[in-house]
Design a protein around this ligand. Structure first.
Ligand code: 8YV
Length: 331
């Protein structure tokens, strides 16, 4: 019998995908830093039993219709807004993501971004390297305190909770807004549930960690920024499209908020001439929330295990579309 065929849309280390190569014929797009072309994605999907995809790949109807023998798509991310999940469920394709393994790493980066923005770490480091440090002055690159301030977390999922946990170390007052109350976060972390409006009005740091859905697209609009304190710092480590970037830019230049730390953008990679990048009170990162070597390897290994499970007729560890399991009756 022929081995199943797996296509991986980026070049990944051979070691990390070893579990796949014993079971399947594996082909990888040859570049680590260039996204797979649409043409190649479609022609590979035609032959594939499994696709191992990245957040930058648009996995829509066309791809899935091309993939007549496609059984599983494993996305190297906890988010799956790049995939038409309901169509996958209709077609009987399992969609898998990488939750849990990236929670702490993403929370670390979110907190690093918050600290960097509040304490002007990037500006200060550039200042020293540019040879501009000529003398001491009392307010030289003075930022704002983080400890004992109020953090408002929008999206109290696993990453939100991990950020809240870090905030307790800084003795912060923790507010959160979520689709539903998170009693564990309230009990264990002392977090207080607020409406979205209340959170915006009361927080010194507004931290966006909500997934991108039809409901959260442009959740942070002009009105939302106007409700924040003028001293507030906005942090986004979720998805760029949760924010109206033009409204954010206006809020920053009009002094409606004090700064922003952004790991994600509506269009990635962001254009170097994007107006947000010209602002001193913006810290911009290239979507590196989960990018530690240890975590990226764990994410890759989890994707491999999920693909192997489905190809063997077993249930994957981290399935997005639970209906797939019911449909295929694999338990
Ligand atoms: C991506 C992320 O995996 O997991 C997510 O949803 O946003 C990241 O961890 C990563 O940046 C690849 O694009």
């Amino acid at each position: 019998m022929n081995k199943p065929y797996v296509f991986i849309t980026r070049k990944l280390p051979d070691e990390a995908i070893k579990p796949l190569t014993t079971l399947a014929e594996v082909k990888m797009w040859p570049y680590e830093d260039v996204p797979v072309t649409r043409e190649v994605l479609l022609s590979e999907a035609k032959k594939a039993d499994a696709l191992f995809t990245m957040l930058s790949d648009r996995i829509d109807r066309e791809v899935m219709e091309a993939g007549e023998s496609l059984k599983v798509i494993a996305n190297l991310a906890v988010g799956f807004d790049n995939i038409d999940v309901s169509f996958a469920t209709e077609r009987g394709i399992a969609i898998c993501n990488t939750p849990d393994v990236l929670t702490d790493t993403t929370a670390d980066l979110t907190f690093a971004l918050l600290l960097a923005t509040a304490r002007r770490v990037v500006e200060a480091a550039e200042f020293v390297k540019a040879g501009e440090w000529k003398s001491w002055s009392p307010f030289l690159l003075a930022g704002h305190d983080v400890h004992h301030k109020t953090i408002g977390i929008v999206g109290m999922g696993k990453i939100g909770q991990a950020v809240a946990k870090r905030a307790t170390g800084f003795e912060m007052n923790i507010l959160y807004h979520n689709r539903s109350r998170n009693e564990e976060a309230e009990r264990k972390l002392g977090a207080t549930y607020c409406t979205f409006a209340e959170l915006l009005e009361k927080s010194d740091f507004v931290v966006c960690l909500t997934p991108l859905t039809n409901e959260t697209r442009w959740l942070f609009n002009r009105e939302a920024f106007q409700m924040m304190k003028r001293s507030a710092i906005f942090i986004n480590a979720a998805r760029g499209a949760v924010v109206d970037e033009e409204a954010l830019y206006d809020a920053l230049i009009n002094g409606e908020i004090a700064g922003a730390g952004l790991d994600v953008f509506e269009k990635e990679p962001i254009d170097r001439n994007h107006p947000l990048l010209a602002l001193n009170n913006v810290v911009a990162l290239p979507h590196i929330g989960s990018a530690s070597v240890e975590t990226r390897v764990k994410m890759m290994e989890l994707c491999c295990r999920n693909i192997v499970a489905v190809l063997k007729g077993e249930a994957p560890e981290t399935l997005v579309n639970q209906q797939w399991l019911e449909k295929t009756r694999r338990v």
